[in-house]
Write a protein of this length. Structure first.
Length: 319
């Protein structure tokens, strides 16, 4: 692309189409189908190395290579326009602690039926070294799930399994080798309360319909989280979920800037700001703690189960 061609590109704040522009995708042939693969693979290389903010749009378009449409043409143009406007964006990290004081942070997230064609969800993962004075990104991914989920908690379980099995535990083994056998703590962040309860208990009466794929994910997560003292599961507010950017099409400028800040991406030369918790997140945490103190949290997770048990007992009496 020549300099004159780049100057014709529209200035955009995010790589996603606006809500009023995001049309329903079809299988109609797009004009860029012959060169789309070549363009996307070049972008994907940079996205996997340092530009994690490009992972979500480029992986979706890559999954549409064999069914390229006119909507894909518009999405690719939007992605290239965003890249042209964000050439100065870099991935940043800092280490201010000793090796023994560092921990592995793994953030996992999923959308529900994000692909409107296959109705499959998307898994997102973000891994970083963390400490009191450290935050250094290590890896990230955004992938369409290979199975269809019936609810958000089911999609979260599949994403959690992929994040911990493919990224978290291998990274933990690697860093324990560097530490010459010393243990490496791993903090696993999840923002879905129902999924957390299922992982901790290993079962859920509301998910008896789950197929073999989902059940394997659930039991494997339960065994590793409960039996490994070096793996700790932590609830993360949705506003502070680093992996959120890998599962959702954030077309709003303010939300997008917040999302890239969470994964330490920003313009080169900008002063690195401390990772502060937003006021909205603080308010939600305070409200949640008040509900926990009042005993309200957790009751909704068992409400449906209690209803099912009551129905079963009523049926038995009626029989």
């Amino acid at each position: 692309m020549t300099r004159s061609d780049r100057n014709k590109l529209k200035r955009v704040a995010t790589p996603f189409l606006e809500l009023d522009e995001d049309l329903e995708d079809t299988d109609e042939g797009g004009e860029l189908s012959t060169i789309a693969l070549k363009v996307l693979m070049k972008i994907l290389y940079a996205a996997r190395m340092v530009r994690y903010d490009l992972l979500r749009p480029v992986t979706y378009l890559a999954s549409r290579i064999t069914k390229w449409s006119k909507v894909c043409d518009r999405k690719l143009l939007r992605l290239v326009s965003y890249i042209n406007c964000s050439k100065d964006h870099v991935l940043r990290g800092w280490i201010g602690d000793k090796l023994d004081d560092l921990k592995l942070g793994v953030w996992s997230d999923a959308d529900f039926a994000g692909c409107k064609i296959t109705m499959r969800s998307t898994s997102g993962c973000y891994v970083a070294l963390t400490g009191h004075n450290s935050f250094f990104p290590l890896s990230a991914f955004s992938r369409k799930q290979t199975c269809v989920s019936h609810s958000t908690p089911e999609a979260e379980l599949v994403a959690a399994d992929a994040s911990l099995r493919q990224e978290g535990l291998p990274a933990q083994i690697f860093w324990e080798t560097l530490k010459e056998g010393n243990q490496m703590k791993l903090e696993f962040y999840e923002d879905n309360q129902a999924a957390i309860q299922v992982i901790k208990s290993g079962k859920n009466p509301n998910m008896k319909h789950m197929g073999r794929t989902h059940k394997v994910c659930t039991m494997w997560l339960h065994e590793n989280v409960q039996n490994d003292p070096d793996v700790k599961m932590i609830y993360a507010d949705s506003l502070e979920m680093c992996a959120d950017i890998f599962t959702k099409d954030l077309s709003d400028k303010a939300k997008w800037e917040q999302a890239i800040r969470l994964i330490n991406i920003g313009p080169m030369g900008d002063k690195i700001q401390a990772r502060k918790v937003s006021d909205a997140c603080i308010k939600r945490k305070e409200e949640r703690k008040a509900k926990e103190d009042a005993g309200e949290i957790g009751s909704h997770l068992n409400l449906s189960a209690n209803k099912n048990i009551s129905k079963q007992k009523g049926a038995q009496r009626g029989g």
